[in-house]
Ligand binder design. Structure first.
Ligand code: ADP
Ligand code: MG
Length: 319
């Protein structure tokens, strides 16, 4: 199971004149989990719909599992059986039980085979004891797992998810998204997941593609992207970053807050401007000649505003 995706020079121009996708090219390996990150309006949903065969591309080609994907103008019934698109609101059916919802996706299978498949999916998604429950009787995490069971029922090779975790309470989110991706990995499908939240991308994806104005900015592992972002847009998208003029240079270098340590004898100095309590630590902003914007660091303790501090960098600054 799982299919490789090969996108070459694809563009999408809406009739309104908006170029939502602009000559994008990328490859995704069979069974890989890839996250697409980008600000609102950057073309993420359009890209997923193109991959699903629900939009016509103006130019370029999309190959999934070696098959060319085409849009509605070439298909009377758009879409492909081996590709499932999961939406953020899941569209669970209120009057169907968990087992019925899964079974209705594979109504065409003989009864015995269908029941067996439903049983397997209930096990995979840890819903064995919820077979006869209705959606309102399920917790948020169970509803999310049911949505995944439904998506996997027809044995797709590719699962596309559009902002799947954005409606979740942040306390549940971390565990639920981990569970969902574990299930998808076990199923062996190729996953393309869209998000505007970098923690989704960093925590579960094998690789992340940052998009902006319908173009690919960078595609790399979460670690590489975090430590070696290609430009300021990608850098800011993955978490806070400071731009600092290192000693003797006029150009700015990106330095993550956690790479900065306070040290009276450090090579750099500044004055504490502001403390923002974050629970686990304070965000402390330091005004320094080394940077145009106040430098953000993390501190366990509140730091007196107006205090002069020295700081230095831990490891090599991020380029
Ligand atoms: P994202 O999912 O990243 O927020 P979208 O793919 O939804 O971005 O939208 C990309 C751009 O295309 C936006 O400028 C949006 O307004 C435009 N757009 C999206 N869908 C349509 C449509 N059906 N018709 C015209 N323009 C659209
Ligand atoms: Mg969208």
């Amino acid at each position: 199971m799982g299919a490789a995706i090969k996108v070459s020079g694809v563009s999408k121009l809406y009739e309104s004149g908006v170029k939502a996708i602009n000559k994008i090219s990328f490859n995704i390996k069979k069974g890989e989990v890839v996250s697409i990150l980008g600000e609102s309006g950057s073309g993420k949903s359009t890209l997923l719909r193109l991959l699903a065969g629900l939009e016509d591309a103006e130019e370029g080609t999309i190959l999934i599992g070696g098959q060319q994907i085409t849009g509605p103008s070439d298909n009377l019934v758009p879409g492909y059986d081996f590709i499932t698109l999961v939406f953020q609101d899941f569209k669970l059916q209120r009057f169907k039980t968990t087992a019925e919802s899964i079974a209705s996706e594979i109504y065409f299978l003989p009864l015995e085979e269908r029941n067996q498949r439903v049983g397997e999916l209930l096990d995979l998604c840890r819903l064995g004891d919820k077979a006869d429950s209705y959606p309102h009787e399920l917790s948020g995490g169970q509803q999310q797992r049911l949505a995944i069971a439904i998506a996997l029922a027809g044995e797709p090779e590719v699962v596309l998810m559009d902002e799947p975790f954005s409606n979740l309470d942040f306390r549940l989110k971390e565990i639920i998204r981990q569970e969902v991706v574990d299930i998808l990995r076990k199923a062996g499908v190729t996953v393309v997941m869209v998000s505007h939240d970098h923690t989704d991308a960093l925590s579960v994806a094998d690789r992340v593609m940052v998009v902006r104005s319908g173009q690919k900015i960078q595609m790399a592992t979460p670690e590489h992207l975090y430590h070696h972002p290609k430009n300021e847009y990608a850098a800011n998208f993955l978490g806070p970053i400071n731009y600092i003029k290192l000693n003797g240079t006029s150009s700015e270098t990106g330095v993550r807050p956690e790479q900065i340590i306070l040290n009276g004898a450090g090579a750099y100095s500044g004055v504490v401007i502001r403390n923002v309590f974050q629970g686990m630590f304070y965000h402390v902003y330091i005004h320094s000649d080394m940077a145009e914007k106040d430098v953000l660091i993390y501190s366990k303790e509140r730091m007196e505003e107006g205090t002069k501090v020295g700081f230095e960098f831990l490891g090599y600054p991020t380029k």
